[in-house]
Ligand binder design. Structure first.
Ligand code: CP
Length: 318
């Protein structure tokens, strides 16, 4: 195999559903080249000098917001952060008006997180600059899906044929949806596990297996991804009690005894310690949760670079 360069990035990054396997792989391969910059003493390149990027966050975030900002700074772009609190949203300004006013200040790219599914697609239609979806409600979180794919590929050397179990609150999880699309496009086998109330019927149409038995889900899994129980998106009645949920679906050392040896343990964060995953597991020897966070910066550097006109790294057989 040798590396080649090609312009195959789409205009926006709104979902993994919309990307081809080739586009996903080109982003992962480009992210691979950006990892090296993070290992240097001076973690900065002049690639996007003179570009201006706005991070428009209507929802709370630690990992995504900071890693986008670090990615932008490491590429030498000028970055501006918008938070809903303290803005003119409090005076009733709409999402469209806010974004169009920011664009009128001559920006090159907009990153948006919003609680409404479709918010990023809406802005992509309304604006002239590229838009990156940093999470839209329970729809998608494409850069999280990409950093998860990169982490799996780093540790297992491939995505095709991997058996991936995603455990927990699938219904409210944009992370689950992006992972399902990305993993299926790259040829992984996906099993979803959680209470019936938290797994929507329609996900089976995406080519995944569904089980409500944690032991069954993890028995053959190469990768086990626990999802956060999203209290803030639940309006009543999805689970009988937290204690019962943890007993049936919480990842603990005892439950992992029925898994294959050395499973990769993942979690997108933030973690509800002792609910969907025990501290012993999230901090344990099989956990790659911090590698996910580290890879988030390289993936976001790759996405921003490609959307600002850079060329993708692609692996080509010779
Ligand atoms: N994984 C993730 O999206 O985390 P934040 O909400 O902290 O950005």
């Amino acid at each position: 195999m040798s590396t080649a360069r090609a312009r195959i990035a789409p205009r926006h990054l709104l979902s993994l559903e919309e990307l081809s396997a080739e586009e996903i792989l080109s982003i992962l391969d480009t992210a691979e080249t950006f990892k090296e910059i993070q290992r240097r003493t001076i973690r900065k390149v002049p690639t996007l000098r003179g570009k201006t990027i706005v991070n428009l966050f209507y929802e709370a975030s630690t990992r995504t917001r900071i890693s986008f900002e670090l990615a932008e700074k490491r590429l030498s772009a000028d970055t501006v952060n918008f938070s809903k609190s303290g803005s003119s949203v409090a005076k009733g300004e709409t999402l469209r008006d806010t974004a169009r006013n920011l664009e009128a200040m001559a920006i090159d790219l907009l990153v948006v997180r919003h609680s409404e599914p479709g918010a990023a697609h809406y802005l992509a239609r309304e604006l002239h600059c590229p838009v990156v979806n940093a999470g839209d409600g329970a729809h998608e979180h494409p850069t999280q899906g990409l950093l998860d794919l990169l982490t799996m590929r780093d540790h297992r050397g491939r995505i095709e044929g991997l058996r991936v179990a995603i455990i927990g609150d699938i219904k409210h999880s944009r992370v689950a949806r992006s992972n399902i699309w990305g993993l299926r496009k790259l040829g992984a086998e996906v099993t979803l596990c959680g209470p019936p109330t938290l797994i929507p019927m329609e996900v089976e149409a995406l080519g995944v297996r569904v089980t409500h038995d944690l032991g069954d889900a993890i028995a053959d899994a190469d990768v086990i991804m626990a999802l956060r129980l999203q209290h803030e998106r639940m309006q009543g009645g999805y689970i009988p009690s937290l204690r019962e949920y943890t007993e049936r679906f919480g990842l603990t050392p005892a439950r992992l005894e029925s898994a294959r040896p050395n499973p990769l343990i993942m979690h997108p964060g933030p973690v509800n310690r002792g609910v969907e995953i025990s501290p012993d597991v999230v901090d344990g020897p099989y956990s790659v949760v911090m590698d996910q966070v580290t890879n988030g910066v390289a993936v976001r550097m790759a996405v921003i670079y490609l959307l600002c006109g850079g060329e993708a790294e692609t692996e080509t057989p010779h």
